[in-house]
Design a protein around this ligand. Structure first.
Ligand SMILES: Cc1ncc(COP(=O)(O)O)c(C=O)c1O
Length: 324
């Protein structure tokens, strides 16, 4: 198959059957990390740039966006291919590799290390963008937290892909950050498959579902401020997972199933494990895996990184696995 642009290389029909991870259910993981940007964010990145083009974005003009990593990488790829300049505003939770990847794709990266009032960085990153736009009105900000194009990309592509490949899913499990994936898939599923339970999984310390704000260390999921695109429609279930469970799950999947998953995939799968008692025997569960694990080798998969941040985490020592 021959593609004209790197950002067109997106696979909507790749699922891994993770049978056995949760007893007595069919667990299908939709792998979104198998594209040139390495994450689900390639689809919203294309849609966000197209929304700016509809507003008059010109070749050579500068785009600015806030991202904890993956959207920044995806936007860098799309802007490089389409001839737009890009500044990504990120924070210390972005991995050094993510920052280097964005820079290699031609983006300028600004790291904001001042926490906001909720203990996160989002409000600080957005304040930086507002100030930059006030100085330079020619900057264009797609604003993934407020732009309906983010949700539309998942309605039109992610949800459609899942429904086409697995038409009778009983449960669809989705992690939440900007909530673009959740909102887009939810609107699709309520219209086309209303019986499917949709479960949103958030990281502990995120304020999205009303819990207390707290420090989080794994990029991707969770917010320190509720995104404008989010509506609590009452038509989905909510699960909150502590980062220690995310880490345990990532390591379990890597060592038991040979798939190095990203942090938010660990959160989503830990969410599936949490709802396991509510799943009927034989249920088909689809879990969306936003990215793969290479970007997390120095965090989630590093024993010293984990030991420093979560001294009580039940991280299985490597020697024990070696014996098994
Ligand atoms: C790895 C990863 N997982 C999950 C998400 C959350 O997806 P969404 O922003 O659609 O809620 C993101 C968002 O950046 C991400 O990078």
């Amino acid at each position: 198959m021959i593609y004209q642009s790197a950002h067109d290389i997106v696979f909507e029909d790749v699922f891994l059957d993770l049978g056995g991870l949760v007893p007595d259910v069919r667990l299908l993981v939709k792998l979104e990390g198998l594209n040139p940007a390495g994450s689900i964010k390639l689809k919203p990145a294309v849609a966000l740039v197209e929304s700016l083009e509809a507003q008059g974005l010109r070749q050579g003009q500068r785009v600015i966006e806030s991202s904890s990593g993956n959207l920044g990488i995806a936007l860098s790829a799309v802007c490089a291919a389409k001839g737009y300049e890009l500044t990504v505003v990120t924070d210390p939770n972005a991995t050094p590799a993510a920052v280097r990847t964005m820079e290699a794709l031609g983006a300028r990266v600004v790291v904001i290390s001042e926490r906001d009032g909720n203990g996160g960085y989002l409000a600080s990153r957005i304040a930086f963008i507002m100030a930059a736009i006030a100085r330079d009105p020619d900057l264009m900000w797609p604003n993934q937290y407020a732009n309906p194009a983010n949700c539309a990309a998942h309605h039109q592509r992610t949800a459609l892909g899942i429904h086409r490949e697995v038409p009778h899913a009983d449960v669809l499990v989705i992690g939440v950050g900007t909530t673009g994936t959740l909102m887009g898939c939810l609107s699709y599923y309520r219209e086309h498959s209303p019986a499917t339970r949709v479960v949103a999984v958030d990281a502990e310390g995120s304020v999205l579902f009303g819990g207390p704000s707290g420090k989080r260390h794994i990029p991707g999921l969770g917010v320190s401020r509720v995104p404008e695109i989010f509506t609590d429609t009452g038509t989905f279930e909510k699960v909150v997972v502590p980062e220690t469970e995310t880490i345990e799950m990532c390591r379990l999947v890597a060592r038991r199933h040979g798939l190095l998953v990203g942090g938010s995939t660990g959160t989503v799968l830990a969410g599936v494990r949490r709802i396991a008692p509510t799943l009927p025997v034989g249920a088909t569960v689809v879990a969306v895996s936003p990215d793969l694990g290479e970007r997390y080798l120095d965090s989630v998969y590093s024993d010293s990184w984990v030991a420093e941040r979560y001294p009580d985490a039940n991280v299985v020592p490597k020697e024990r696995w070696a014996i098994v």
